[in-house]
Design a protein around this ligand. Structure first.
Ligand SMILES: O=c1[nH]c(=O)c2nc[nH]c2[nH]1
Ligand SMILES: [Zn+2]
Length: 448
């Protein structure tokens, strides 16, 4: 029998035995104190609540003793994190520029940095760091914005593929209101995007998918957005953009599209609201807009660190969920300063508590709980991206995207008292960091 730390990186058929934690729905965590998960060629074939049938399962799937890994005291296995919104090229700016709000922040800090990705060598260096760092932080699925540059966006896809992450990767579209040297002609924007989609689909790697990425309604005209909506339908691909992040942005969109009822209507008219669309932020959406998103099956990426860092506002996740909208968490680097979904969990919990403070006494408002935040970071994110048939929890038939968490490792805090599995989970969510994530798996492949 092997300890989990001795596992070979390339073994995709194995059993992990010990404490298991995952979400089956938002209401509660499922905790198995001592069970096992059997993985065959990267897929989960069995999840058991005890170890009685472990040897039988080994025999059934021909899993040798050396590929049975027992977790030690202080360890547990959980699903990998899903980051539903992150700008890979903005990583060099993480932690910088929070003296400005969204529209000024874009022109002062973000566009000048993104321009540099015309240089593929610069892009490769940054993208390699981003993918390694997100994997090390437990992000097994990431939804990336790249830049407008075709070549460097493809390099991001290559790096993701080589390092083994599950990801949606978008070449950004921008043909309106763009800064000097960082914009596209509508024809190039459209044709490059189509070529980009074909190029990524040719890889035939199920883990790496293209995603259509109009930056937001202020940087694309209606004609381009409509063409992109058609492309999404033609190639059956996902769509991502931003919506209703700051009040200044909402006012500018209303001015630019006076014929549209509201911000969501701009995207709806363009055919961009589908059940494979994920919209970042959505802080200032009206009830009417939420109804449209729910009807279209469009989801929201909640990016609480960014919403606070750029002083955009408090997004009420409870309201989104109550309207039937799918919600996942996003780091939104570098609007957010942290690459880690653990940080997004904490920011989401704090934002929800701040909203609770603002409500009047007796409103009955219930702030998010840690197990709801765990759901948003895993299964909620997978549902938001419509990949919950593949990932998000440990259901038989899904890919094994998972983290081995070790709370006994030298890390940010010491565990001094006796703890049960529930304590370990909470300690990890509130105080853990990547030092506590000892192993990361995507589709059964060990990637950390
Ligand atoms: O947080 C954000 N980051 C961006 O890069 C961006 N572009 C448009 N709107 C945006 N919001
Ligand atoms: Zn963003």
């Amino acid at each position: 029998m092997a300890n989990v730390s001795q596992q070979k990186a390339y073994t995709t058929s194995f059993i992990i035995a010990g404490p298991i934690v995952h979400s089956e729905d938002i209401r509660a965590l499922t905790i198995i104190e001592h069970g096992f998960i059997a993985v065959v060629r990267g897929k989960i074939v069995s999840v058991c609540r005890n170890t009685e049938k472990l040897m039988q399962t080994q025999q059934e799937y021909g899993i040798e003793d050396v590929n049975v890994y027992y977790l030690n005291e202080g360890e547990f296995v959980m699903p990998g994190f899903v980051d539903t919104h992150i700008h890979a090229p903005q990583y060099p700016n993480a932690g910088l520029g929070y003296d400005k709000q969204l529209l000024d922040w874009l022109t002062t800090y973000t566009f000048p940095l993104e321009k540099k990705y015309v240089d593929v060598d610069f892009a490769i260096g940054v993208y390699e760091s981003v993918v390694r760092k997100t994997l090390a932080s437990g992000t097994t699925t990431a939804t990336y914005f790249a830049t407008i540059h075709y070549e460097s966006s493809l390099f991001l896809a290559d790096i993701v593929e080589r390092l083994g992450q599950r990801a949606f990767i978008g070449k950004v579209n921008m043909n309106h209101g763009t800064p000097e040297g960082y914009g596209e002609h509508i024809y190039d924007s459209f044709t490059c995007t189509e070529q980009y989609i074909r190029n990524i689909q040719c890889k035939r790697n199920e883990l790496v998918q293209p995603i259509i990425t109009p930056r937001f309604a202020l940087n694309c005209d209606m004609q381009l957005m409509m063409l992109l909506g058609e492309l999404a339908a033609k190639y059956n691909v996902h769509i991502q953009t931003h919506i209703s992040e700051s009040t200044g942005e909402v006012a500018a969109v209303q001015k630019l599209y006076p014929q549209c009822r509201n911000y969501a209507d701009v995207y709806d008219r363009a055919g961009l609201l589908t059940n494979k669309t994920v919209l970042a932020h959505g802080i200032h959406l009206s009830d009417d807009e939420l109804k449209v998103l729910a009807a279209r099956g469009t989801s929201i990426s909640h990016c609480p660190n960014s919403n606070t860092s750029l002083k955009s506002g408090l997004c009420d996740v409870r309201r989104l969920l109550d309207t039937g909208i799918k919600v996942g968490l996003g780091t939104d680097v570098s609007g957010g300063y942290s690459i880690s979904i653990l940080n997004a969990i904490r920011s989401a919990l704090q934002t929800s508590t701040h909203i609770f403070f603002k409500k009047h006494q007796g409103s009955g408002y219930i702030p998010l709980s840690y197990h709801e935040a765990f759901y948003l970071a895993t299964l909620g994110g997978a549902k938001a991206l419509s990949v919950d048939d593949k990932t998000g929890n440990f259901k038989v038939g899904k890919d094994f995207d998972a983290l081995i968490v070790n709370m006994r490792k030298p890390g940010p805090i010491d565990i001094l008292d006796k703890t049960d599995i529930k304590d370990l989970i909470q300690k990890f969510l509130y105080t853990g960091d990547d030092r506590n994530i000892s192993k990361v798996y995507v589709a059964g492949r060990q990637v950390k």
